[in-house]
Design a protein around this ligand. Structure first.
Ligand code: ADP
Length: 562
């Protein structure tokens, strides 16, 4: 049965009970009222009339107005005949009234009228008693019916009060629980209500909603699983090592390459904190260090392999939810680079001797003792000499660079006097400076300590600084060399008043093959890169300060000896 029908029926029943109770009560109260009214009107009034007539009868011989009073009440009594026999007795009184008026002292008539009046009294009193009994009866009947209806209605209402709330609250409770389960993503929840009412409909609607959510969830999960396995396959197929971490640095996955490199199985480290794994794993320890700039040399696939570490942050709504470390396999590039370096080393080494001999021959030819040359020949020999010198510089730089790249810088560190290095470098560039009329000013602190340096490599760096300084200085200017003490080190500064370098190029100035755009066509862009390597290999540091139009200042620090 529908809930609405149940409610309508229940409330109608209560309404019917209230109506029945009310109607019966009105009916019985009405009956009581009628009974008492009839007693009042029919009998009590007659009793009043008879009493007044009896009193008037007493007063009749003495008072004349007693006759009027008697007659008046008799008329009223005649209009109020209600009981059986009353009419006859009243008629008798009416018949005796003329005689009584004429002979007020006639005791026979007096007694007869008096008896009739008493009989009238008696008749009405009897009627009152009878009507009282009827009223009592009516009360009993009313009491019976009202009690019966009250009891039945009470019992039914009580059972209604006890049972009806649960008719509503039980399904609401079940629905409430179902909704809570759905909110907690338990889409398998169903509500089983056997009712065929609105709650039953609601439960059916709920179940079909839950079923759809369940289907949706399953299809989503299937989709997510599919995507996951696809991504896993891709990650596993990659030649690079890939390690995933969550926001708390717990390991989420390793691909096959990463397993091989770390020498662990994914299952062994899954869900573990990376720092815990790093305790027993050197590579993991290295990977967790933030500032690895160099490539990593790892023994894998039975050979030395080279990897670059990339750290990618995984974000969701601008919040970092994890990290992925990618170990990019650069062994192939490394091998190619090595081949290139070896090639350059071999070529530049092989070229060095013939170029030196060309230079030497050109110098010999330019000597007048060998033979006199005309002006044009002198020019040609000078050009050969300049070009061979430039070639020699390039081959020397390439050779140095190949040493740097293969990590083969051979250092002969020893305590050296800074002035000796400066002297050596200045001698090497003196000729060039004179050609350009650039004065080289040396400014050295007194009592400089000895530095721990490779004299050849350091002089090479200083020569490179001076060559650049002369090259970028205008004619008739000067280049300064300062050697000053800085705590436990000595600083070598080469300062020129040339064109200077734009600020934006300064961070790249020590990069290999970098040349300030538009600065000069000659040069390899390797000099400063080699200088940096040479100085850092000796435990020193290199710097540049420059401003467009004011000149440049290249410097390096070398630790003092001892
Ligand atoms: P290069 O063999 O080209 O001189 P370097 O590594 O020595 O190579 O210099 C790299 C570049 O830095 C140069 O090409 C030049 O543009 C710039 N540079 C170096 N020294 C100076 C300097 N003293 N003044 C202005 N620019 C300079």
């Amino acid at each position: 049965m529908r809930l609405k029908t149940k409610l309508v029926l229940g409330l109608s029943f209560l309404f019917a009970l209230i109506m029945a109770f009310g109607i019966l009560s009105i009916f019985f109260i009405n009956r009581f009222s009628n009974d008492s009214k009839s007693v009042l009107k029919n009998n009590l009034e007659t009793l009043q009339y008879t009493n007044k007539m009896l009193k008037a009868l007493e007063d009749m011989p003495a008072k004349n107005e007693a006759i009027d009073l008697f007659t008046e009440n008799l008329v009223k009594q005649e209009a109020n005949i209600t009981e059986q026999g009353e009419k006859e007795v009243t008629q008798e009184i009416r018949n005796n009234l003329p005689g009584l008026i004429h002979y007020p002292k006639d005791s026979g008539r007096y007694n007869q009228v008096r008896l009739s009046l008493l009989l009238l009294n008696d008749l009405n009193q009897q009627a009152i008693i009878r009507k009282n009994e009827v009223a009592n009866n009516t009360t009993d009947v009313a009491l019976f019916w009202l009690t019966l209806i009250f009891t039945v209605a009470g019992l039914i209402t009580f059972s209604f009060v006890v049972n009806f709330p649960s008719v509503i609250s039980t399904p609401i409770h079940a629905l409430n629980e179902g909704i809570r389960e759905i909110a907690e993503k338990n889409y398998s929840k169903r509500i089983h209500l056997k009712q065929n009412d609105e709650f039953g409909d609601l439960a059916n609607a709920f179940n079909s909603m839950a079923e759809k959510l369940d289907d949706y969830e399953r299809s989503n999960i299937a989709q997510v699983r599919f995507e996951k396995s696809r991504i896993e396959t891709i990650i596993n197929q990659m030649k690079d090592g890939i390690i995933g971490f969550d926001a708390k640095q717990k390991i989420l996955f390793l691909n096959a390459v990463a397993e091989k490199l770390l020498g662990v199985k994914e299952a062994q480290v899954l869900g573990k904190y990376s720092a815990d794994v790093a305790v027993n794993n050197d590579l993991m320890r290295t990977l967790l260090q933030d500032n690895i700039k160099k490539e990593l040399k790892i023994y894998a696939d039975n050979k030395e392999s080279y990897f670059n570490k990339d750290v990618l942050n995984v974000t969701n709504n601008n919040e970092v939810i994890g990290q992925v470390i990618v170990l990019r396999n650069i062994t192939h590039f490394h091998e190619l680079n090595e081949a290139k370096t070896n090639f350059i080393a071999t070529v530049s080494h092989e070229l060095k001797t013939p170029i030196s001999s060309i230079k030497m021959s050109a110098q010999l030819l330019s000597d007048n003792r060998v033979g006199h040359l005309n002006e044009e020949q002198t020019e040609l020999i000078k050009s050969i000499s300049d070009d061979s010198e430039r070639l020699l510089k390039i081959t020397s730089e390439l050779l140095n660079m190949s040493q740097v790249e293969t990590g083969n810088i051979q250092l002969k560190l020893q305590p050296v006097n800074a002035a000796d290095i400066v002297q050596k470098a200045v001698e090497a560039v003196q000729f060039k400076a004179q050609q350009k009329q650039v004065a080289i000013k040396i400014n050295a602190d007194d009592n400089l300590p000895l530095v721990n340096a490779d004299i050849e490599k350091t002089a090479w760096v200083l020569i490179n600084f001076l060559t650049n300084a002369i090259k970028f200085s205008p004619e008739n200017s000067r280049v300064e060399i300062h050697t000053t003490r800085k705590k436990n080190a000595v600083e070598f500064i080469v300062k020129d008043y040339g064109k200077g370098i734009d600020n934006k190029y300064l961070p790249k100035i020590f990069d290999r093959y970098f040349k300030v755009p538009g600065s000069s066509k000659t040069g390899t862009g390797l000099g400063l890169a080699i200088s940096k390597e040479f100085i850092e290999a000796q435990g020193g540091s290199i710097q540049v300060q420059s401003e467009i139009g004011s000149g440049s200042s290249f410097s390096f620090l070398l630790n003092m000896a001892g």
